[in-house]
Design a protein around this ligand. Structure first.
Ligand SMILES: Cc1ncc(COP(=O)(O)O)c(C=O)c1O
Length: 404
């Protein structure tokens, strides 16, 4: 009989996670707790009981309520916030709304999320603009390295910086406030891809002042999938159009901005993931006595402790200072020449951890196909015991692969 799996945290009772999996990848797609899913189910029942009332008469005030709560949470004016289904859509929306000319330079780092880098490449190819990639080291000494390297790449032709608030492969919190301000002073706008930020980090989008900011609610805010925010500074809203144009485009209404009229109804869809934002905020606020701030601290500490357990097995110093981590932490693995496996191109170690140890955790090939990072992403449903189990499993698999 197989040994029992380590228990998740007692707070895992709020989720319907598979008890036969050690689920250590909250980062990729989030996981929605039961109470929020129940709220979504209620909303869907209401919607289907009278679709016209819900989608035609009531959707706008319902969206306004959800948006007002989200705006207060992320420090924004509700008028500057639109709901979009995910951060990829947020990045597409901005980049495909803007016009660039041959010779323009679009800055991005080599830690950028692949899907969003694809959008930048697409837009650059269509306009003759040039994508300028700023290499950032990993291991990294501190946020000053990011600021120095990005600013050194700015020229008179730079038009935009696309930068992650929290990087995906390396799990770093980047100094976006300093970058936004420094680029603004040079006349350059910033699009912050904050896919991981809402719920993981305290946010004050008004103070940040970025021209564009997008972030998921379905990762660390734990809403149902298909819920994200797009924040566009008031002076940039005129040029930002949704990817799908609908009735808002020629609306004669003057009681709300064209920005809101266009984004609020992109055709018939299921808006319940947006409408669940208040329920998700309530859920997270009530989980621990110190509210969401304590959840964030707790997850950060679990990330630091989990990273240390892995470093104890793998050797080597911490690849980034604790101040650059939120609730993600990545550690370098020994190089591996084995090809990725299966149609999804998964790393053999990721496959083995799942198949042999029932652990769901990502192993990313970055920055080159031989180099790999293992990333943990603690949310309160995870436990230290699960991370101890992961570290032991990594040691077993590296030994099995003929490595020390
Ligand atoms: C930095 C970054 N941007 C964008 C995304 C895409 O998120 P989504 O698939 O929800 O659009 C991710 C997903 O992990 C990410 O880490």
């Amino acid at each position: 009989m197989a040994a029992p799996l380590p228990a998740p945290s007692p707070l895992a009772k709020h989720w319907d996670l598979d008890p036969d999996v050690v689920f250590l990848n909250h980062g990729s797609f989030g996981a929605c707790p039961r109470v929020v899913l129940a709220e979504q189910q209620l909303l869907r029942k209401e919607l289907e009981s009278e679709p016209v009332r819900f989608l035609h008469r009531e959707l706008e005030p319902r969206l306004d309520t959800a948006r007002a709560e989200l705006a207060a949470f992320v420090g924004a004016d509700a008028a500057d916030l639109a709901f979009v289904p995910n951060a990829t859509t947020g990045v597409n929306t901005v980049l495909r709304s803007l016009s660039f000319a041959p010779g323009d330079e679009l800055l991005v780092t080599d830690h950028e999320y692949n899907a969003c880098r694809n959008v930048l490449d697409f837009v650059a190819a269509g306009s003759g603009a040039r994508v300028v990639v700023v290499p950032l080291p990993f291991p990294i000494d501190g946020p000053h390295v990011v600021v120095e390297r990005v600013l050194a790449a700015v020229t008179a032709r730079t038009r935009l910086l696309l930068i992650d608030h929290v990087t995906s492969p390396t799990g770093l919190v980047l100094p976006v406030a300093e970058l936004v301000a420094a680029l603004h002073a040079r006349g350059v706008d910033t699009l912050v891809d904050g896919a991981h930020a809402p719920g993981m980090l305290p946010l004050d989008l008004r103070a940040l002042g970025a021209a564009y900011y997008t972030g998921n609610c379905h990762k660390w805010l734990c809403t149902p999938k298909g819920s994200a925010l797009l924040h566009v500074r008031a002076d940039r809203q005129e040029h930002i159009r949704p990817l799908v144009l609908s009735h808002g485009a020629n609306s004669r209404r003057t009681d709300r901005s064209r920005f809101q009229l266009e984004f609020d109804f992109p055709g018939t869809h299921d808006p319940t993931p947006y409408l669940c934002v208040p329920a998700a905020l309530r859920f997270l606020a009530g989980l621990l006595p110190g509210g969401l701030a304590e959840v964030q601290r707790h997850n950060h500490e679990l990330a630091l402790a989990g990273r240390q357990l892995l470093l104890d097995v793998l050797g080597g110093p911490a690849p980034a200072p604790a101040s650059m981590l939120g609730s993600l932490a990545a550690v370098p693995l020994p190089p591996d020449d084995r090809p990725p496996e299966g149609p999804l191109g998964l790393d053999p170690l990721q496959q083995a951890l799942f198949a042999q140890h029932r652990i769901e955790v990502p192993v990313m090939r970055w920055p080159s196909p031989r180099l790999r990072l293992l990333r943990i992403s603690p949310q309160v449903h995870q436990s230290q015991e699960q991370h101890q189990y992961l570290a032991a499993a990594v040691a077993t698999e590296l030994r099995r692969g003929g490595r020390p």
